[in-house]
Design a protein. Sequence first.
Length: 225
Amino acid sequence: MKARKDLTIVGEDYLRAIYSAAEWDEDGIGVSDLAHLMGVVPSTASENVRRLREAGLVDHQPYQRVRLTEEGRAEAVRMVRRHRILETFLYRYLGFSWDEIHEEAEELEHAVSDRFIDRIDKALGYPALDPHGDPIPAADGSLLEPKPVSLEEVEVGTRYQIARIRDAEPAVLRYFESRGLVPSAWVTVVERIADTGIVTVEVDGKQLDLAEHLAASVRVVSRDK
C-alpha cells in the first residue's frame, strides 16, 4: 500500500480518524464530531474535509456526514495498519500501558517507513488485533473484520466475550482496566434501565454500573464457553 505523494500528514490523520469513527458508526461522521475528535474548531475541520473531497478521498455535502471514497479508504487502511502495529509494539515490548499507546503511535506513524512497519509486523508474529481489540489490516490491505456488537445493545442475562474497546479516552481505558473490562474478558449484562441510562454488567464476579455511552464503547461477541 503506497502512500499518495500529495497527501499531507494532516490529511492522513483525518482519513484514519474518519475510518476509525466509521468502525463504530457505519453512517460516517459529522464535521462537528470530526472537529472534536481532531481537537480543532469546526471551520478547520470543514476546510480539511474540503481538501480531501477535492482530492477524491472523501464524499461530503454541506450538512451531511463525511464518508471515505474507495481510494480514501485504501489510504486510511494504510494508516490504520501503521497505527495499530505501532500500538501493539509499544504495548508488548516497550512497557506502555494501553491508555498511553494511542498518543505515542500517533507521533510515530508518520515518521517510519513501510519497511520498518513490515519488520515490526513480522517480529510481532503478524497480529490480527491490537491491544484494544481493533483489527489490524494485513500488508495487502485485507482486513479481518469481526462483527462484534455494542454492550449497550446485547441481550440481558447472556454471557459475551469482550472483543474490542474504543480507545478515544485514556481515562476511560484506565477505568475499564481497573474493573476488568478488557478484551477477551467475559461479561454479562445484568440489567438495563432505560429511564436512567444505566447498564449494569457483571465481570469477574463483580457488578458494575455503566452509563450508556460507556457501554457503547465496549464491543462484544457471543461465544460458547
